[in-house]
Design a protein around this ligand. Structure first.
Ligand SMILES: Cc1cc2nc3c(=O)[nH]c(=O)nc-3n(C[C@H](O)[C@H](O)[C@H](O)COP(=O)(O)O)c2cc1C
Length: 175
């Protein structure tokens, strides 16, 4: 299982979460490489079986700047046979109507490219009114909020990495 983390982050909040995920996955014995999306070509995604996609939400419902320039090239990739999980930073109180929209936007692009989406989480414990990251009753990935719930970031990262390790082992066992 070759895991690639790809993150866009303006102030470093999502980057810190990516670094922590890298450590948690490495500690579990996984082969994981951590990339800043600003510094790699989007085709780098093709080198991994599992993609952990990190992105904060900016400008009231937009994906973070470093992902912006990659989307047209992303749309051309064939991501069938890849599993993709999404994590992001947002601010549920100031941007309650667009909380974590970037996760939903990116997940739609990855699904269009054929990726299987994994790592959905519960919306319990958050306060917001609308989010493109919610599909059905759940977040499409892991929603982090260092602006309002910084103390929850570490336990959320630990729980999500454990959940993903289980989900991915299950997927591999079935494949
Ligand atoms: C101008 C501005 C717009 C923002 N828009 C949103 C938004 O629409 N939705 C949201 O959940 N968070 C929004 N945020 C909050 C950021 O996503 C949050 O501060 C995050 O921690 C930044 O992470 P980064 O350092 O990885 O880029 C916004 C922040 C700023 C300053």
């Amino acid at each position: 299982m070759k895991i690639g983390i790809f993150t866009g982050s303006t102030y470093g909040n999502t980057r810190a979460a990516a670094d922590r995920l890298e450590k948690l996955f490495k500690d579990s014995g996984a082969l994981v490489t951590n990339h800043d999306i600003a510094l790699v070509k989007i085709e780098k995604l093709l080198e991994y079986n599992v993609l952990l996609i990190g992105c904060s939400t900016w400008y009231v419902g937009e994906i973070q700047d470093d992902w912006h320039g990659k989307i047209e090239a992303l749309k051309k990739l064939d991501l069938r046979h890849k599993k993709a999980a999404f994590f992001g930073m947002g601010d549920q109180l100031t941007y309650a109507d667009t909380f974590q929209d970037a996760l939903g936007i990116l997940a739609e692009h990855f699904a269009f490219c054929g990726a299987t989406l994994v790592g959905q989480t519960s919306t319990e414990g958050y306060q917001f009114s609308n989010s493109r990251a919610v599909k059905g009753q759940q977040f499409i990935g892991l929603a982090l909020d260092d602006d309002n719930q910084a103390k929850l970031t570490e336990p959320r990262l630990q729980a999500w990495s454990s959940q993903l390790i289980k989900e991915l082992e299950l997927c591999l066992a079935i494949a």
